[in-house]
Design a protein around this ligand. Structure first.
Ligand SMILES: Cc1cc2nc3c(=O)[nH]c(=O)nc-3n(C[C@H](O)[C@H](O)[C@H](O)COP(=O)(O)OP(=O)(O)OC[C@H]3O[C@@H](n4cnc5c(N)ncnc54)[C@H](O)[C@@H]3O)c2cc1C
Length: 582
């Protein structure tokens, strides 16, 4: 039996430690470590458990039911919108439940546990000639369970789509403790399920009724673009030759059930890939060029703006990899072609050059054909977020309106209108992302430790959500809603569908225990901030009740940050850390 922690903790910790084969950690340090993900939010969880197998997961769900304790399944914790933090018992799948269970090459599928990291999965598949299609940037940390939870995808989504296009079957545990397996049901299978009188049949009934009753509203409100992950996937039911509840669980951010296994489709790995890096004198030109390039059937079209290029130039690690940047472009579109023969790809690069010439951009394509050099390009592109963190000054590029998506043809007008909003708030921003599918990661520079920064955080989010809707797009095209965007789901989907989403939630999770406050009934997006609220409170404590001017408060905040960084680096016990930080 794993050791019980020596801290005064929630009484459930003892029971869990007695019953589980996996680890139970309710100590302050572990809770602090799991209080953040890659977002702007921080909520200290009740505790963290690390199940070793399906039975452990069932026990966790059962044991926490009596006291109605909330649960939050978690993978790599790389979510950008706060869906992996909450006041709940966090179930970490990355430590033990991280195995590939079965691979069937003839039928091109694999069965995996949720904690399998994407890079490890692809390494496992290396000798088979197959790979997994969706390719999130943090592939060394993100898990298949988290990718299912967020309906993730990546640079090559124009070719491979989103997770929902690759999940064939999901197994797991409902909030009630019942096990489920959701896969494709034929019409007869659906009819037979509806005749049964059990919990699963009741869920299928409820969800099927909602999809049928609201089909017109679903058709009207779900944007007609490839990149949309907001809400519950009611539009997926009945698609792909049958009814599959797995499609509804994909993208549900752990709010409906705990998944313990997925059967996923594999794709054939292309033999070769080359890149054409298009250089533009203006950002607007790059936006105008994106949609026409999609006609050449590329595997990716990635945007990098000048800020990203400049930051890479200033970085000792990335400077040497910038052989693909010629001169001083305002924006780049990195276009990937992949296929079975090298000749076919060289022809594609010729077509790209011709297209750029026809569009009036001249000979602006730098060809990158050596695999090592292609890898350099992707390394710099994937380093985007880390590089943005190195921006000097208090305002940093912040992720909160970084997930809008519109049809690629709308990008020129949409990005121009986006910039107008930012200009009105006197805020600069970094632009990069997946131009191929109209999903750009725009990160306005804000200081979320200041009231003014937090005010702009909300104001810009409200205006950009409205703008995305006006352009027939979405506020969430890839990263999900979490705490940053769930608040807007009622506005985005309207009263009727929002009420339907609530019914979906209740059908699966009648006691509201599964990752509460995400997707529906979310707190305001400017609450639970990692810095804002905590800083105001701590600085006030430091000031001993006296009123501080902004400059003094800022200086105190910096000292506090430095002290926190120092104590974390020292690795001292939590009590001692607090003392020193003070
Ligand atoms: C630098 C950076 C770049 C990124 N680039 C991309 C990108 O290119 N494409 C993209 O799509 N995303 C991207 N993301 C967002 C994020 O990496 C992805 O959403 C990723 O798939 C999350 O995986 P994870 O294992 O970290 O999941 P987590 O963050 O741990 O969890 C994600 C969600 O899934 C739920 N969940 C996890 N496991 C389970 C389970 N077993 N059962 C039920 N629910 C579960 C969680 O509750 C949570 O709501 C990026 C993030 C960062 C920080």
């Amino acid at each position: 039996m794993p050791p019980v922690t020596r801290y005064a903790v929630h009484p459930i910790a003892e029971r869990l430690a007695r019953e589980l084969d996996g680890d139970v950690r309710f100590d302050p340090m572990t809770r602090e470590l799991f209080s953040t993900d890659a977002s702007n939010y921080r909520i200290v969880p009740t505790g963290v458990v690390f199940p070793k197998h399906d039975d452990d997961v069932r026990r966790i769900v059962d044991l926490t039911a009596r006291d109605q304790i909330a649960l939050l399944p978690r993978g790599g914790g790389t979510s950008l919108a706060g869906q992996a933090v909450g006041e709940a018992v966090v179930i970490d799948f990355s430590k033990y439940m991280n195995r590939v269970l079965d691979v069937n090459i003839e039928e091109a599928w694999a069965r995996v546990q949720p904690g399998v990291v994407l890079d490890n999965f692809n390494s496992f598949l290396q000798s088979t000639g197959f790979m997994f299609g969706p390719d999130v940037s943090p592939s060394a940390q993100a898990t298949l369970g988290g990718m299912v939870g967020n309906n993730s995808c990546g640079s090559r989504s124009i070719r491979y789509g989103k997770m929902v296009d690759h999940v064939l079957e999901l197994r797991g545990v409902l909030e009630s403790g019942s096990a489920f397996t959701f896969g494709q049901l034929s019409d007869d299978g659906l009819a037979a399920s509806l005749r049964r009188d059990d919990e699963l049949a009741r869920i299928i009934h409820a969800v099927n009724d909602l999809a049928v009753t609201h089909h017109e509203e679903i058709d009207k409100r779900f944007p007609k673009i490839q990149r949309r992950v907001a809400g519950y996937n009611l539009d997926e039911l009945g698609l792909r030759n049958g009814f599959n509840l797995a499609g509804l669980l994909v993208g549900s951010e752990g709010t409906l059930a705990v998944n313990t296994e997925a059967r996923v489709q594999l794709v054939r790995k292309p033999a070769h890939a080359v890149l054409g890096v298009c250089h533009f004198d203006t950002f607007s030109d790059s936006m105008h060029a994106s949609a026409p390039i999609t006609a050449l059937a590329p595997h990716a079209i990635e945007l990098s703006d000048k800020l990203l290029i400049d930051l890479a130039r200033a970085s000792a690690i990335h400077r040497d990899k910038l052989h693909f940047v010629h001169g001083n472009p305002e924006a780049l579109l990195i276009v990937e072609f992949a296929g079975e023969t090298f000749e076919q790809l060289m022809k594609k690069l010729d077509e790209l050059s011709t297209l750029m010439g026809d569009l009036g951009y001249g000979d602006n394509v730098v060809r990158v054909i050596e695999p090592v050099q292609c890898a350099d390009v992707w390394t710099v592109r994937k380093a985007g977020l880390g590089l943005f963190g190195s921006v000097k000054g208090d305002a940093k590029p912040v992720a909160f309106v970084e997930d809008t998506a519109v049809a690629p043809e709308q990008l020129p007008a949409f990005t121009a209108a986006f910039r107008e909003v930012l200009d009105r708030h006197n805020v600069r921003a970094a632009f990069y992302g997946h131009a191929s599918v109209g999903c750009l990661h725009v990160r306005p520079m804000l200081d979320l430790r200041k009231a003014d920064g937090v005010r702009k955080y909300r104001a810009i989010a409200e205006e950009i959500t409205e703008l995305a809707l006006k352009f027939g797009g979405t506020h969430s095209g890839e990263h999900g809603e979490g705490l940053a965007r769930s608040e807007f789901n009622q506005q985005v989907f309207g009263e009727t569908l929002y009420a339907a989403f609530r019914e979906v939630k209740t059908a699966f999770d009648p006691h509201g225990r599964m990752n509460p406050g995400k997707k529906v009934d979310a707190p305001p997006m400017d609450e639970n901030l990692r810095y804002g609220a905590i800083y105001a409170e701590l600085i006030q404590t430091l000031a001993g009740g006296s009123t501080l001017d902004e400059e003094t408060a800022g200086a105190l905040a910096k000292r506090l940050e430095a002290a926190r960084a120092q104590v974390h680096a020292d690795g001292l016990p939590q009590g001692r850390q607090r003392q020193r930080a003070r």
